[in-house]
Design a protein around this ligand. Structure first.
Ligand SMILES: CC(=O)N[C@H]1[C@@H](OP(=O)(O)O)O[C@H](CO)[C@@H](O)[C@@H]1O
Ligand SMILES: [Mg+2]
Length: 547
């Protein structure tokens, strides 16, 4: 960096003083916090994303301004790499360092050191491009301006404002752009509606009556976008509630996180909806859960179909198509199918998937870990219990399918199965979990199977479970094994947890420090709800005692 460049960087940095006494960390899903405290962070991540683009030969990088399911006064920022996936974990420490640099001088010196280490050189010509998106939060617009200034303060870097988007839309667009494809929001919608139509046309029985789906848009961007998409979809009867236009507050008593955690009816839904198929999106529309209000319920409780159940439905459908391939291909030479869950997956779902004969792998919490693991298969399906997930197809498997589609006789069962797999690979977001594409795939599979939401729910019965958050003086005191299911520290706490688990039939419990909140999370499962609650409570007491 020459002197003029350093001077201009110092000047723009002065516009965004760092708040005092706040320690920021890139965490499980980028920086998050009170929107009022985030301008300097967002500005600095703007710089980082421009440097990332230069480093990767001017590839387009994405910057998404969102705090997902957090309260409306929060905001956050995540970086999308050229593949459309999350920022490479190798760059996270640099993100932490610059976000916390206490003065402009320290910031410039950290940037210089990092550029030297990474051999990044910047010149006059255009060398970086960053696409910026934001959700519907009121703080989004001014934070986006801060990010733009950050990007533009790196010589030769261009920031492009893509407007209000869902997180998965931006990831999809970044991926498409770097693959040299047309990458507008319209292309995204067209891709969804075309592949959805293709799957509808391949449904074995025609003339099915389509029942209505009611979508809870969390008063966020998801409801807005699904509204825009609706016009181009046929065979789908959609009603959208909690669009944010009727005075409702983002994520307040609504949305996927609320429904999954509380297992109660979201605002805007009630006794008139008993038995109806309902779906909830989260604040940036990268999570999806389904639910229905049971007819015998006198309380607010819903029957929840979470990420595990969506994963099971997807796995069943994909397996059915693979079984229709000829014997050589079925054996898995070209089609290694695997599913990836985390320790939070309900034990009953894991048992069910194993009974289907599937290879079930486990990854650490956070989609960046699940995505990496799923990419090891030809078809890798991953889901967190909270509803974030997708299906990844390897390039070699897609090439194999394309060749098959050409060779096989049109209209044969095998040709149809291959065409369904190709359509799924186009429909389901290959960059990141996407509530919109996930919802369309769930809907078409239910129509394909001829199933109601109740029938789908019967695939297996969830084991009763309970999650508790425990506030402790220092959550880093809890260290777990890489699978996150055993605590290595505090010493001897795992023996005490094991002794508790032994007291319960089908008992399972683990603790881990949260990567997004200042708490230790406790998860417990057992054969009855009372037992799961009691096991979670005793483990939480152990955490309090040991920490
Ligand atoms: C138990 C749980 O749901 N944890 C969530 C939560 O992470 P924690 O590290 O547990 O705070 O937020 C992550 C980002 O949204 C999400 O990926 C993850 O699944
Ligand atoms: Mg989200």
């Amino acid at each position: 960096m020459d002197k003029t460049h350093i001077a201009s960087l110092l000047k723009s940095c002065d516009l965004f003083p760092i708040p005092q006494g706040v320690k920021l960390s890139y965490g499980t899903a980028g920086f998050r916090g009170d929107a009022k405290l985030l301008e300097s962070t967002v500005y600095r991540v703007g710089i980082l994303s421009a440097l990332r683009s230069v480093k990767l030969g001017s590839a387009t990088i994405g910057l998404m301004i969102t705090a997902s399911h957090n309260q409306v006064s929060d905001n956050g920022i995540k970086v999308a790499d050229p593949s459309g996936g999350m920022l490479s974990q190798e760059w996270e420490p640099f993100a932490d360092q610059i976000a916390n640099a206490s003065s402009p001088g320290e910031l410039v010196s950290l940037i210089r050191q990092f550029m030297e280490k990474e051999e990044i050189t910047i010149g006059d010509k255009k060398s970086a491009e960053v696409w910026l998106g934001r959700d519907t939060r009121p703080s989004g617009e001014s934070l986006l301006r801060a990010a733009e200034i950050g990007v533009s303060s790196v010589l030769g870097s261009v920031a492009i404002d893509m407007g209000i988007l869902t997180t998965p839309q931006l990831h999809w667009m970044v991926r498409a752009k770097n693959k040299g494809l047309s990458a507008t929001e319209n292309d995204y919608f067209e891709n969804l509606s075309t592949s959805f139509r293709c799957l509808i046309d391949l449904i074995p029985v025609s003339g099915l009556e389509i029942s209505k789906l009611i979508v809870d848009g969390a008063n966020g961007v998801g409801g807005l976008k699904i509204g825009e998409l609706r016009g181009s979809l046929s065979n789908l009867d959609l009603e959208i509630r909690n669009t944010g236009r009727d005075g409702g507050v983002l994520n307040e008593g609504v949305g996927a996180d609320f429904v999954q955690k509380e297992k109660v009816v979201p605002l805007g839904f009630g006794s008139n909806d008993v038995g109806m198929r309902c779906a909830s999106l989260d604040g940036d529309a990268d999570r999806l859960v389904y639910f229905y209000i049971p007819s015998n319920s006198s309380s607010e409780k819903v029957e929840l179909l979470d990420g595990d159940k969506i994963l099971s439905l997807f796995a069943l459908f994909i397996k059915e198509q693979l079984n229709a391939l000829d014997d050589d291909d079925k054996e898995g030479k070209h089609s290694r199918l695997g599913v990836v869950q985390t320790a939070y997956a309900n034990g009953a779902s894991t048992d069910y998937l194993k009974q289907l004969g599937l290879d079930v792998a486990f990854a650490k919490t956070g989609v960046k870990h699940l995505h990496e693991k799923a990419a090891e298969y030809d078809i890798g399906i991953y889901f967190e219990a909270n509803g974030h997930g997708t299906i990844l197809f390897s390039d070699s498997f897609l090439a194999f399918l394309a060749a098959k589609q050409k060779d096989l006789t049109q209209g044969s069962e095998e040709h149809k199965a291959v065409s369904r797999l190709v359509a799924v690979s186009n429909l389901i977001n290959q960059a990141v979990g996407d509530a919109l594409s996930g919802l369309l795939l769930v809907e078409v599979i239910l129509q394909h199977m001829g199933w109601s939401v109740q029938k789908w729910n019967e695939l297996y019965k969830d084991l009763p479970s309970r999650q508790i958050k425990v506030e402790v003086p220092d959550r880093t005191a809890v260290v777990t094994t890489s699978s996150e299911t055993e605590a290595l520290r505090p010493l001897r706490i795992q023996d005490a947890i094991n002794a508790e688990i032994k007291k319960y039939s089908r008992g399972r419990a683990f603790i881990r420090p949260s990567g997004t909140e200042d708490v230790v999370r406790v998860y417990a499962e057992a054969s009855t709800q009372e037992a799961a609650d009691s096991l979670a409570k005793s483990v939480a007491q152990l955490v309090e005692g040991f920490c």
